[in-house]
Design a protein around this ligand. Structure first.
Ligand code: SER
Length: 672
């Protein structure tokens, strides 16, 4: 009996737990990292541990991370349905070493897992290493015993980067040979891509790609591996492609049923469309569950694009566009996704009705634009066809093709297909130009180039550890200066709150025997290290001097009232609008508060009044606020809301603001 997805998940985690790895639950698909649209790999939540910006609470970790590759550098969208191995959503199993073990352990364990636990035939496994990586090649051949003729060296394919910035390094991959019926022999380097399927990538993280194109060394060589769950299951189940594994096959059957296509006799193109519907149903359900909503910007835009692409393919398959909200194709696909994946993703079950609602609404909305887009295309074509000038003018402009693609969800290929039927070409260069301009705008919006030099601060963190924050107990502390330059000062301990979780940084003063520094703002230089921004200096402060650090307490009092109020507002929103409401950001200052949240429609005036009344009623009860440290397990048991899904420390801080609001929060708050 071959293993199913769940058995593989369990085997992977337990194999690495036995080898001292901490099991880390999957983080959200929305990363903290501003340079990424989605969580594209298992290493994303651990980025700061690799770069040394954050001290890891464990040196080894194992995770099964949900990933989406549908935008930015890692984008598999156009491959979906056309290959036997790509998805927009997939699960990546990985083991990680943060400056602990390196190549020898990563390689020998990977082999042991594949050969001994999964029981894959070693004769059908191939490995690749980077051109320059003699060390990895030596381990594979001499320590593991892989025959040298089944090891190949690749260049760029064996160098892994997180994005245009971030950790990177040479990598080594394990491939499975599906057999001669799947194409030419020759191993991953020379053979057919559909025949040699990559199942595991071991990255030897050693560098950090900087935005200026240079690379710096990571503090310590580290390991990041990624094994695709679905691909591995397809190999274990001996099926031709990932689409034939139980879960995907079940989704394909549902898609076929909804579109009245017979899976057994479907044409190749129909199969591609069915796979697109099935794959996109998974990724869109998971994205909405993690708080992404269809919109015209960034993540929401990518979600919209995926969703519309799926809807369009269901219509190509012949779905009747007059269906009502109950019978939307994607709404019904969501039901099936929840049924199939729910047992492993309880959030999907919890959010099911909401996910269905968001996705069905978007499908209904798209029907309009689908009709409008087709009308634009018909109109342009009839203009071109009645214009009897030379054949060169019989070209759909790049700008129109891009408008159709961008606004109406018509991929270039569809516009081409339709126009070609009438002997009209599409100006593809013009299309690419319009696309490049748009991508540049998207890139600018992602602030890809906003990294600063954090090396001196990382060194401080490594020498002195995290700054001890005293500002929950006192407003004035004695401390010592451990770093000083024109603009910033760092103390070993401080009552100054550094901007985090929306709460702005404290201001105040730092007095030494011979000098006075006013503090204009306080921030984390790198996670864990509190840095005071200097407003003005009189006298000559020096590193090593004892100081008295005092915050502007009147200002802090105003800030903490606003911070507790954001929690009341959050609980009001969830009570009145529903549990799907997710915090997207906030501003908590002395002057006001702002709370950003996701919801699928604008609030009505009566809803706003109801929310205000709810918060005011809570304030008037003057209930006790309880702010305490506990374990993550206990916080979960108490039902604490943790919006961003991925807190790593075992110890977390919980705020209970009266009886109805329990959240993880590291801010400062009122007592009642
Ligand atoms: N980060 C690598 C990848 O995504 C290995 O996990 O392939």
């Amino acid at each position: 009996m071959s293993m199913d997805a769940n058995e593989v998940r369990q085997a992977f985690v337990s194999f690495f737990e036995k080898r001292g790895h901490h099991h880390q639950a999957s983080a959200s698909l929305i990363p903290h990292d501003p340079t990424l649209l989605f969580t594209v790999a298992g290493m994303v939540p651990f980025k700061a541990y690799f770069t040394g910006e954050q001290i890891p609470p464990f040196n080894r970790a194992v995770s099964i991370q949900k990933c989406v590759r549908a935008g930015g550098k890692h984008n598999d969208l156009d491959e979906i349905g056309r290959t036997s191995r790509h998805f927009t959503f997939f699960e990546m199993m990985g083991n990680f070493s943060f400056g602990d073990y390196f190549k020898a352990e990563a390689i020998t364990w990977a082999w042991e897992f594949v050969v001994d636990v999964l029981a894959l035939d070693p004769e059908r496994l191939w490995v690749t290493v980077h051109l320059s990586d003699d060390e990895a090649a030596e381990i594979w051949v001499n320590q593991v015993g892989v025959p040298p003729d089944r090891l190949q060296r690749l260049d760029e394919d064996n160098y892994w980067k997180m994005g245009s910035t971030g950790p990177c390094g040479p990598c080594s991959e394990i491939y499975w040979d599906k057999g001669p019926e799947f194409g030419a022999a020759g191993g991953p380097k020379y053979g057919d891509q559909d025949r040699y399927i990559e199942i595991w990538n071991l990255v030897f993280m050693q560098f950090e790609q900087q935005s200026d194109g240079t690379k710096s060394r990571l503090p310590k060589p580290s390991i990041d591996t990624g094994m695709g769950l679905e691909r591995t299951v397809s190999v274990l189940q001996g099926v031709d492609s990932v689409w034939e594994t139980n879960e995907l096959r079940a989704l394909l059957e549902t898609a076929a049923g909804l579109t009245s296509v017979d899976l057994a006799t479907a044409s190749d193109e129909q199969k591609v469309s069915l796979r697109i519907v099935a794959d996109h149903a998974r990724s869109t359900s998971m994205l909405v569950s993690d708080g992404v909503f269809p919109s015209n910007e960034a993540r929401g835009y990518v979600l919209r694009r995926i969703l519309r692409r799926a809807v369009r393919h269901s219509y190509i398959l012949g779905v009747d566009s007059t269906a009502n909200a109950q019978s939307t194709v994607m709404g019904q696909m969501v039901d099936r996704v929840v049924e199939i994946m729910g047992p492993h993703y309880p959030d999907l079950v919890k959010n099911a009705a909401f996910i269905r609602d968001v996705i069905a609404r978007e499908e209904l909305r798209f029907r309009e634009t689908l009709r409008t887009g087709q009308a634009i295309l018909d109109n342009e074509m009839s203009k071109l066809l009645t214009d009897d000038s030379s054949a060169t003018s019989q070209q759909l402009s790049g700008a129109t093709a891009f408008l159709l693609h961008d606004t109406y969800g018509f991929p270039l290929e569809l516009s081409e297909e339709i126009t070609n039927e009438h002997g009209i070409k599409v100006d593809k260069d013009g299309f690419r130009l319009a696309m490049a301009e748009q991508q540049k705008r998207a890139k600018d919006a992602r602030h890809e180039d906003s990294t600063t030099d954090s090396a001196p601060l990382v060194a401080l963190l490594q020498n002195h550890g995290e700054t001890h924050f005293t500002g929950r107990e006192e407003t004035e502390s004695t401390a010592e200066i451990i770093y000083l330059d024109d603009k910033t000062v760092v103390l070993n301990r401080t009552p100054f709150y550094a901007e985090a979780g929306g709460q702005i940084g404290d201001t105040g003063s730092i007095l030494t025997e011979s000098a006075e520094i006013t503090v204009a703002d306080t921030r984390y230089g790198v996670p864990g290290l509190i840095v005071h921004q200097i407003g003005s200096v009189s006298g000559t402060p020096e590193v090593g001097q004892k100081v008295t650090a005092t915050i502007d307490n009147q200002r802090r009092e105003l800030i903490r009232r606003n911070h507790t109020a954001t929690h009341l507002l959050h609980s009001a929103l969830r009570t009145i609008l529903g549990d799907h409401v997710k915090q997207q950001g906030s501003y908590v200052g002395p002057d006001r508060l702002r709370f950003d949240f996701s919801h699928y429609e604008a609030l009505s005036a009566p809803q706003i009044t109801e929310i205000e009344d709810y918060v005011n009623a809570q304030v008037l009860t003057n209930a006790h606020c309880n702010h305490f440290e506990t374990t993550m397990e206990e916080a979960q048991r108490l039902g604490a809301i943790a919006f961003f899904g991925d807190k790593y420390g075992d110890v977390v801080r919980v705020l209970q603001a009266g009886p109805n609001s329990t959240e993880l929060c590291g801010g400062t708050h009122v007592r009642a």
